[in-house]
Design a protein around this ligand. Structure first.
Ligand SMILES: C[S@@+](CC[C@H](N)C(=O)[O-])C[C@H]1O[C@@H](n2cnc3c(N)ncnc32)[C@H](O)[C@@H]1O
Length: 237
């Protein structure tokens, strides 16, 4: 099992048990399903997007952003790693009377697909995809799925000087990788100073994120910290 699976599976199992509806409920935050953290950012980029265009969201969780865009007339395909998340997402879309084509998929293992989208959306998934190799797979999938003039719309957690990494967590400032101590010797585990860790999060600074996207063939059009709009490099606009 990959390093990003167990945490998310446990999270959504708890979410189901406790009758919650979206990721941030797990942390007692005051966001709601319809007033989700990157809603204001999405509203600010709507003007750029082809009205009624096709959207692919990966890491959609229970689908707040996917439902929001479907409610604004976009045709949305949305996938997540965890079946429990997708079960809740389908219910939330049904309750709102919006149509989203939800599915279970690991974005790191996405099959090459022929369907191309006007928008590929990531609402706080990329920070959980930690290793260089996995992030390269995700960004390749983004590139392969975007229409020539499409937009990659990304919201991701970033390095924050006030965030404390202590106890079981350890931060490598050179790579931006946060590791979590583990007793499981999976192929993803790494040994640092005699202790075993799993990759947990990638918290980059804005310039490092821009550099990573550029190396993956994605040109940043606008960026406010972890809120980014990018397009395929060398596409005339
Ligand atoms: C922080 S949660 C955000 C969920 C949702 N986008 C939201 O804003 O409520 C990150 C999501 O990414 C999903 N995820 C993590 N790794 C993934 C992968 N390899 N493929 C697809 N989804 C993944 C998790 O299951 C989780 O739903």
């Amino acid at each position: 099992m990959r390093y990003y699976y167990a945490e998310h599976q446990d999270a959504y199992r708890r979410l189901l048990r406790e009758g919650m509806t979206q990721w941030n409920d797990l942390f007692g935050e005051s966001w709601t399903f319809d007033d989700f953290p990157n809603r204001a950012f999405l509203e600010s980029v709507l003007g750029r997007l082809v009205a009624g265009g096709e959207v692919l969201e990966y890491g959609c969780g229970t689908g707040p952003a996917a439902c929001f865009l479907a409610g604004r007339g976009f045709r949305v395909d949305a996938v997540d790693l965890i079946p429990e998340a997708i079960a809740v997402a389908r219910r939330m879309a049904r309750e709102r009377g919006v149509k989203v084509n939800f599915g279970v998929q690991d974005v790191c293992a996405s099959p090459p697909g022929s369907k191309r989208y006007d928008v590929v959306l990531d609402s706080y998934c990329l920070q959980s995809i930690v290793t260089d190799a996995d992030r390269a797979k995700v960004l390749r999938a983004v590139r392969e799925r975007l229409k020539p003039n499409g937009y990659y719309v990304l919201s991701t957690a970033m390095y924050d000087p006030d965030r404390v990494y202590d106890g079981e967590f350890r931060y490598d400032a050179r790579t931006g990788i946060c590791y979590q101590e583990t007793s499981v010797r999976s192929p993803d585990a790494v040994q640092l100073d005699g202790t075993w860790y799993l990759p947990h999060r990638r918290h980059l600074r804005p310039d490092a994120l821009r550099t990573e996207l550029a190396a993956a063939g994605l040109h940043v059009i606008e960026q406010d910290g972890g809120n980014v709009v990018a397009g395929l490099t060398y596409q005339a606009r």
